[in-house]
Design a protein around this ligand. Structure first.
Ligand code: DP6
Length: 350
């Protein structure tokens, strides 16, 4: 039972973003936000959303919801939040009794192809499940419930609850995996793949022309959908082995292939579309040439956007930073890139 509440309560959470290594692309027919294939991501602990939710007993029949991003009202986000609240109403019923004021800020630009919705819905779900007061914050049951709720806001958000790596979607080779929520990667990650970092090279910071939600929808009638789902299953089973055995060469191959497959699916949807830009390709070719020359342990991946995530072994950080500054900056919009280590999960701030 949730507590009877008479006055305004508030809570603040910081929730990291994540970058998928095997991509979630397509939803199962018949469910709500269930993935057509399993996915795995690394948690990006320096790229996060920080959200405070103020919940007070509802004053009128219709629930009042206000959303502020970086201190400014964003009524354009409110319909998405209403849909989310409606979807979680059977899981966190008390939410429909509240008026909500939601204040959020990100350490990265919204709509830049960095999973801002993952961090945003992750943080909101953390706040609401905490305010409900039914489960002990930080307990495994708490994170499972938060992951279910976050998924109903944005699929990729459910993977942001875990330190290191999160897996979402049922797969025989991963014990405890589920379509309903993500779990922490259940095996020990090999030392060669443990301390990696991500430099997100910003090629385009504008809003995407086709949202991920629209992109997922196009898989319903996509000629290659089933082949892609099968491939993702195989890739995740193998990537799980590779993370345990430390085969970096195969890791690089799987991760880069996943990124290109994601964009190949966009290019072969009807209607077809392109989110990569000429500078995305220029950066990828530079990365390939540099790797060939130096054998550094690094791989690129892409989200549903033009930006390039350069994943690298932190032992090579100085070299990789010099490479970025000398050779990749000219391709970045406003010479911007964002750095994050792979690591920590969410944090409660008050
Ligand atoms: C390409 O989670 O943003 O980043 O569930 O419709 O909100 P919705 O989509 P979203 O899709 C993310 C897709 C991706 C791959 C991934 O993160 O796995």
């Amino acid at each position: 039972m949730s507590k009877i509440q008479t006055e305004t309560q508030s809570v603040t959470y910081r929730c990291p973003s994540n970058i998928a290594l095997v991509k979630y692309w397509g939803k199962k027919e018949g469910g709500v936000q269930l993935p057509a294939n399993p996915s795995i991501s690394w948690t990006l602990n320096d790229l996060f959303a920080e959200t405070t939710v103020f919940a007070s007993p509802k004053k009128e029949e219709n629930q009042k919801v206000e959303f502020f991003l970086d201190g400014k009202p964003k009524p354009s986000f409110e319909p998405k939040i209403h849909t989310f609240l409606q979807r979680i109403s059977s899981i966190v019923p008390v939410v429909s009794q509240w008026d909500l004021r939601i204040e959020s800020k990100n350490t990265f630009p919204h709509g830049a192809g960095i999973a801002s919705s993952a961090a945003g819905f992750g943080a909101l779900a953390l706040c609401l499940v905490d305010l409900e007061g039914v489960l002990q914050p930080s307990s495994p049951e708490f994170y499972q419930k938060v992951s279910i709720c976050a998924r109903l806001g944005s699929g990729s958000a459910c993977r942001s609850m875990f330190e290191g790596a999160g897996i979402w979607g049922e797969l025989n080779s991963i014990p405890g995996s589920s379509d309903e929520y993500a779990i922490s990667f259940p095996f020990e990650i090999h030392s060669r793949l443990k301390n990696w970092k991500d430099a997100v090279l910003i090629v385009d910071d504008g809003e995407k022309k086709v949202s991920s939600t629209q992109g997922h929808d196009l898989l319903k009638t996509h000629a290659y959908a089933n082949a892609r789902f099968e491939q993702a299953n195989k890739n995740l089973t193998e990537l799980s082995e590779v993370l345990q055995n430390g085969n970096v060469e195969r890791f690089v191959e799987l991760v880069e292939s996943e990124a290109l497959q994601l964009h190949a699916m966009m290019m072969s949807s009807i209607p077809y579309y392109l989110l990569i830009r000429p500078n995305t390709l220029a950066i990828i070719e530079k990365i390939w040439a540099k790797r060939e020359e130096t054998q550094w342990e690094m791989a690129f991946t892409l989200d549903a956007g033009a930006n390039v995530h350069l994943l690298y072994n932190s032992q090579q950080e100085d070299d990789v930073m010099n490479f970025i500054n000398a050779e990749l900056l000219p391709y970045c919009k406003n010479q911007l890139y964002l750095c994050s280590a792979i690591g920590g999960g969410p944090q409660k701030l008050n």
